[in-house]
Design a protein around this ligand. Structure first.
Ligand SMILES: O=P(O)(O)OC[C@@H](O)[C@@H](O)c1c[nH]c2ccccc12
Length: 263
């Protein structure tokens, strides 16, 4: 079992759900990366998805796109983010999953990128524009260094493809909960229960729900269908506004504290 998978399984043993915040690395300046990661670690998140700013983020809605533009304006690059992570690697216990589009990886060079991930203590990788069929290149370069390649399952994937993605994914399966781009949503399709039940049946590893989850209530309801949640846009906004209470409320909901407090 990988470190990433272990961290998620531990949450399940304790009866909690995994909570994975997404952050845009360098939103607010690269110097904010260390305090942000250490703060989230202290609050008790399961893992952190570290987003790399990119000029053409096709899967992202306005919140993350704008955060990426702010980070790019600060001169933040993939190379600088990985070097920054390496500079405080010893202080990081929570597993880090880097989320980047493929272009910056290609520009970096796959082998140099893999080595920089190791130096930065990165445990997993999400590259949304590299589909399963093309992912051998990532597996070949990153797996020898112990870095997981996390695959995304969409709502529209046919059952046979869902099974193949679940079998190939490492660390966890990223179950996308909406058709479309990242960003807060007020409602979800009402047939998600069946989708998640089928996905969890075929998956040997934890299934995390992500896209559109932005309130403690949504963390509870999506957590009930899955092994945990990934929250991006709502976390990016809260961090941008310096609203740590919002971040803590979202994390608490994954630990069942919201349910208890409203009983
Ligand atoms: O922002 P949301 O709707 O909470 O969705 C999570 C998401 O931000 C994060 O996992 C992510 C950001 N950009 C992505 C691109 C593809 C897949 C996933 C992502």
């Amino acid at each position: 079992m990988t470190t990433l998978q272990q961290a998620i399984e531990q949450m399940k043993v304790a009866g909690n759900k995994a909570f994975v915040p997404y952050i845009m690395a360098g939103d607010g300046g690269l110097e904010t990366l260390k305090p942000t990661i250490l703060k989230l670690q202290q609050i008790g998140v399961t893992a952190i998805e570290v987003g790399i700013p990119f000029s053409d983020p096709v899967a992202d809605g306005p919140t993350i796109e704008q955060a990426g533009e702010r980070a790019l304006a600060e001169g933040v690059t993939l190379r600088k983010v990985l070097a920054a992570l390496a500079s405080f690697k010893e202080e990081i216990q929570v597993p880090l999953v880097v989320m980047t589009y493929f272009n910056p990886v290609l520009a970096y060079g796959l082998e140099a990128f893999a080595k920089a991930c190791v130096a930065g203590g990165v445990k997993g990788l999400i590259v949304p524009d590299v589909p399963l069929e093309e992912s051998a290149i990532l597996h070949d370069e990153l797996n020898p260094y112990g870095i997981d390649i996390v695959q995304l399952v969409s709502l529209t994937s046919p059952p046979e493809r869902i099974a193949r993605i679940a079998a190939a994914s490492q660390g966890f399966v990223y179950a996308v909960t909406v058709n479309g781009i990242t960003g807060a949503r007020t409602s979800f399709a009402n047939d998600l229960d069946g989708h998640f039940a089928r996905l969890r049946e075929v998956s040997q590893i934890p299934v995390l729900a992500g896209f559109g989850i932005s309130t403690p209530e949504q963390v509870v309801s999506m957590g009930a269908l899955s092994d945990g949640v990934i929250v991006g846009s709502a976390i990016v906004t809260a961090l941008h506004e310096g609203d740590l209470e919002k971040v803590e409320a979202l994390v608490s909901a994954s630990k069942g504290e919201l349910e208890k407090s409203t009983l």
